[in-house]
Ligand binder design. Structure first.
Ligand SMILES: Cc1cc2nc3c(=O)[nH]c(=O)nc-3n(C[C@H](O)[C@H](O)[C@H](O)COP(=O)(O)OP(=O)(O)OC[C@H]3O[C@@H](n4cnc5c(N)ncnc54)[C@H](O)[C@@H]3O)c2cc1C
Ligand code: FES
Ligand code: FES
Length: 488
C-alpha cells in the first residue's frame, strides 16, 4: 500500500452525493473521467460528449459544495475532470433538474419558451451552466454576465440571442434551492489503489509532501484542466495520481507585508477577484482565461507548474515581481518566478518537489501596470501573445522597468533588452521610445505555429509596448482598447 506516513485514518473510497443519495466508491481506475463514469458506468447519457477536451461545454455538470454555510454551484467540464475529484461534493447533472416528471427547472422552461435549442446537442451543457448561475442567486443579471457564464459553452446552430434571452427571463423566477450541497471534508487522507496504481488525495501539506517524496513518479493533479487532456487526447497511461483538491491550506490566500501569499491550489475563479482588485487589466485577463468551467477547476499552481510558454498567469506575475515557493519534504525554497522556467517545458523543480505557493507583491503608488492578452477569439482562447508591463514612473519618466511576454519564446520570459532601454523614457517624447521598441527584436525570435506567425508575434509585441506607453502618457483607453474592461 502506498505510504501516507502522516495519516491517522486513510480512507479507501470517495464519497459524494448523487441523485439524493450518499455514494461511496472504492473501486475505479485512477484515470477514469467523470464523463465516462456517468455515461458508461451509470448510463446517464443526458450529459453529452462533444470535444472531450474542455472546449465545448456539452459535458457541463455542476458540483455543489457548501462554503460559509451556503451552497456553492460550480459548473465543470465532466470530460476532463477525474471521477475522484468529485469527492466531497454533491453532483448535479441535467437529469436532476426537474422536480417531477414534466416539471422543468425555470432555466429549462425559459429555454423552451424562448426557442433556445435547435439540434439540442449543446443544450444540456448550456442549461447546466445557466442553472449554476441561476441557483447562485446573482442580485442582478445582464447579457454580459450571461455571456461570461456561457464563454465555455459552444452552440453551433441556435445562436446565442435566444439563449441569452432565456437566461435573462428565467432570472425573475426565484432559485429552486433543492441542492443543499455538501460540507468540505479535510479530515483524513484518501488513497484508492496500491503501490502500482492509485488515486490519492492527501488532506494536509505534510501528507502531500510525504506521499510525493515516496512516489516522485506520480502525477500531481490540481484542477486537471491540463492533465485531463493528456488522458483524453494523448491517451497517456497515468497510473499514480495525487490529487491536490483536499490539501488543507493549499487553497489559502493570505495578505502579508510582502504581498499576497497565494496557495498553489487556489482556483482561477477564486484568484480572479484578487487580481482584478490589484489592477483592472489583470481582472480582464482572468475574465478571458478559459471559461467559467475551466476557471472553476484550474489552479494557479497548475498554470505555472505546467510550464506552458503561452500560460496567461506567468507573464503577468513575472512583471509584478512574484516569487515562487516550492516544497520538497519539509524544506521550502523561494525563487523569482522567471527563474523557474528553464527551457521549453523544463522547469526548475526537483523530483518530489511541488509548488507550494506564489508571493505576489503589491503595486507601489509610483508603479504603472498594464497587461494585454492577444488571441484569435475574445472568449475561451489561448493567447497568441500576452504582454505585461510594470514601470516605475516619476515626473513622466520611466525608472525601473519589468516587461514580460508569453508566446514569444519557449518559456514565459522577461524582455531584458527592452527593459534596459525603457529606463529613462520620457513618456511625452516619442523619440525616446524607439530604442526600447527596437530592442524587443533582440529579446525574442518567436516561432510560427497555428496560432500566429513569427512576424505577427514580433509586430504585436512591439505594438503592445507602444500601446502601454501611449496609455501611460495619458491617452484615453477609448482610443487604445477594442472594448472597455469588464469586471470578472
Ligand atoms: C478549454 C481550455 C481553455 C484554457 N484556457 C486557458 C487560458 O486562457 N489561459 C491559460 O493560461 N491556460 C488555459 N488553459 C490551460 C489550463 O486551464 C491552465 O493551465 C490551468 O491553470 C491548469 O491548472 P490545473 O489546476 O487544471 O492544472 P492540472 O491540469 O491539474 O496540472 C497541470 C500541470 O501542473 C502540475 N501541477 C499542478 N499543481 C501542481 C503543484 N502544486 N505543484 C507541482 N506541479 C503541479 C501537474 O502535475 C501538471 O503537470 C485552458 C485549458 C482548457 C482545457
Ligand atoms: S465534451 Fe466538450 S467540454 Fe467536455
Ligand atoms: S442547438 Fe445545436 S449546437 Fe446548440
Amino acid at each position: 500500500m502506498a505510504d501516507l506516513p502522516h495519516s491517522v485514518d486513510v480512507r479507501a473510497s470517495i464519497r459524494f452525493r448523487f441523485r439524493g443519495r450518499d455514494i461511496e466508491l472504492g473501486d475505479f481506475a485512477p484515470r477514469m473521467t467523470l464523463l465516462d463514469w456517468l455515461r458508461i458506468e451509470r448510463g446517464a447519457s443526458g450529459t453529452k460528449e462533444g470535444c472531450n477536451e474542455g472546449d465545448c461545454g456539452a459535458c457541463t455538470v455542476v458540483l455543489v459544495r457548501r462554503a460559509q454555510g451556503a451552497p456553492n454551484f460550480t459548473p465543470v467540464n465532466a470530460c476532463i475532470l477525474l471521477l475522484g475529484q468529485i469527492d466531497g461534493a454533491e453532483l448535479v447533472t441535467i437529469e436532476d433538474l426537474s422536480s417531477a416528471p414534466g416539471a422543468l427547472h425555470p432555466v429549462q422552461d425559459s429555454m423552451v419558451t424562448h426557442h433556445g435549442a435547435q439540434c439540442g446537442f449543446c443544450t444540456p451543457g448550456i442549461v447546466m451552466s445557466l442553472f449554476a448561475q441561476h441557483e447562485s442567486k446573482p442580485q442582478t443579471l445582464d447579457a454580459d454576465a450571461v455571456c461570461d457564464q456561457l464563454a465555455g459553452n459552444l452552440c453551433r446552430c441556435t445562436g446565442y440571442r435566444p439563449i441569452i434571452e432565456a437566461a435573462l427571463a428565467a432570472h425573475v423566477v426565484p432559485p429552486q434551492g433543492r441542492w443543499p450541497g455538501t460540507e468540505a471534508m479535510h479530515a483524513g487522507d484518501m488513497l484508492i489503489g496500491d503501490d502500482d496504481q492509485f488515486f490519492a488525495a492527501p488532506a494536509s501539506i505534510p501528507s502531500l509532501a510525504a506521499l510525493y517524496a515516496a512516489h516522485p513518479d506520480a502525477t500531481l493533479v490540481a484542477g486537471a484542466t491540463d492533465v485531463g487532456l493528456w488522458l483524453t487526447k494523448n491517451l497517456q497511461d497515468i497510473r499514480k495520481i495525487i490529487w491536490l483538491g483536499r490539501v488543507a491550506g493549499l487553497d489559502a490566500i493570505e495578505a502579508h507585508a510582502d504581498g499576497l501569499h497565494i496557495g498553489a491550489g487556489v482556483t482561477l475563479a477564486a484568484l480572479a477577484p484578487h487580481l482584478g482588485a490589484l489592477h483592472p487589466d489583470l481582472g480582464e485577463v482572468m475574465r478571458r482565461f478559459g471559461s467559467t468551467q475551466v476557471r472553476s477547476s484550474g489552479t494557479i499552481g497548475g498554470n505555472l507548474a505546467n510550464g506552458s510558454p503561452i500560460g496567461d498567469l506567468a507573464p503577468c506575475l513575472i512583471a509584478l515581481g512574484a516569487q515562487l515557493v516550492l516544497q520538497k519534504g519539509d524544506v521550502l525554497r523561494h525563487l523569482p518566478l522567471e527563474d523557474f522556467f528553464l527551457a521549453y517545458r523544463k522547469q526548475d523543480r526537483l523530483p518530489g518537489e511541488f509548488v507550494h505557493s506564489v508571493i505576489m507583491p503589491p503595486l507601489a503608488a509610483e508603479q504603472a501596470f498594464r497587461a494585454y492578452k492577444v488571441s484569435k477569439r475574445i472568449d475561451e482562447d489561448i493567447s497568441s501573445v500576452l504582454a505585461a508591463f510594470c514601470f516605475d514612473v516619476a515626473q513622466g519618466r520611466i525608472g525601473r522597468a519589468r516587461i514580460a511576454f508569453g508566446g514569444m519564446a519557449g518559456t514565459p520570459a522577461r524582455a531584458r533588452n527592452a527593459e534596459g532601454f525603457a529606463v529613462g523614457i520620457r513618456l511625452q517624447d516619442e523619440s525616446t521610445w524607439a530604442s526600447a521598441l527596437s530592442a524587443l527584436a533582440f529579446d525574442f525570435q518567436p516561432l510560427s505555429d497555428q496560432r500566429a506567425s513569427a512576424a505577427y508575434r514580433a509586430l504585436v509585441a512591439r505594438n503592445l509596448l507602444t500601446k502601454a506607453l501611449i496609455e501611460l502618457r495619458g491617452e484615453s483607453p477609448a482610443t487604445t482598447r477594442i472594448a472597455p474592461p469588464r469586471e470578472p
